[in-house]
Design a protein around this ligand. Structure first.
Ligand code: SF4
Length: 253
């Protein structure tokens, strides 16, 4: 199964569970509510239908856009609402089905990337920000690259030097963040039209949601020495993503 379908199938299952739960709840409370006030009962019934409808429409558009990589998402809020509602449910459901949190998160990143590809024509301008997590920097490096990447001496002990060369080639912005708060500040300061973010599953899933409405193409890092320590990146994959976000071409995946 393609990785993005793990998240999409879990989302469909989560929505089905939500519908059944709402129906059961309504079955239990409806008689007393109608006895109390028939208009209030109608208001609550309509509110339940509207919220389920919003999530269902959002999921339908996500599945359609992600599956075909064609743009069925227009600038409306259903996608965000759907992700906010279904994401935590998918994590719980995944755990019950023996699917790890990181697998669900990584699948979400794949879904997100396919949606970014589908809606690439709507990206305004080509100010691309390459946003890296600090753990890509060599742990023993004395230079403070979170202040500015210009402090990097390109000594070759980590991949930052090569990523700076990539940044120069595509005339992108580049920043290194220690965490979500700094990443949000960098986005506000640089005002990019698109972001290519390199991080672990957890940081990418939260970063993608925090950066909305700026589109984020997520590239998962590699962790040969364990989490948050001297992490690495597939440079070819990063370049394809930066090229895609800069020119709207290339075959990012
Ligand atoms: S390339 Fe060298 S100088 Fe630059 S961040 Fe990595 S270890 Fe430090």
């Amino acid at each position: 199964m393609k990785s993005k379908w793990i998240f999409l199938r879990l989302s469909i299952l989560s929505l089905a569970i939500l519908v059944v739960s709402f129906a059961a709840l309504w079955y239990l409370i409806a008689p007393r509510l109608e006895e109390f006030n028939v208009y209030l009962a109608w208001v609550i019934r309509l509110a339940m239908i509207a919220s389920l409808g919003t999530v269902a429409i959002g999921l339908g558009l996500i599945v359609l856009s992600s599956g075909t990589e064609r743009d069925f998402l227009w600038p409306r809020g259903e996608k965000q609402v759907t992700v906010k509602v279904l994401f935590p449910l998918n994590i719980v459901l995944g755990r019950l089905l023996g699917i790890s949190k990181d697998t669900v998160r990584s699948s979400f990143v794949e879904v997100n990337n396919s949606l970014v590809k589908a809606s690439r024509k709507r990206i305004e301008g080509r100010r691309v920000l390459i946003l890296l997590s600090q753990c890509l920097q060599n742990f023993d490096c004395p230079h403070r690259v979170t202040a500015t990447h210009l402090n990097c001496k390109r000594c070759g002990k980590c991949q930052l030097g090569e990523i700076i060369t990539l940044k120069e080639k595509y005339e992108a912005e580049l920043a290194v963040a220690t965490g979500g708060t700094l990443a949000r500040k960098i986005i506000v300061d640089t005002r990019p039209s698109a972001i290519v973010a390199v991080a672990c599953e957890r940081d990418l899933t939260s970063g993608i949601q925090d950066a909305y409405p700026v589109p984020v193409f997520g590239v998962l890092n590699r962790r040969p020495y364990g989490p948050c320590y001297n992490t690495e990146i597939d440079l070819d994959r990063l370049e394809t993503a930066v090229e895609f976000m800069s020119n709207g071409c290339g075959n990012a995946n």
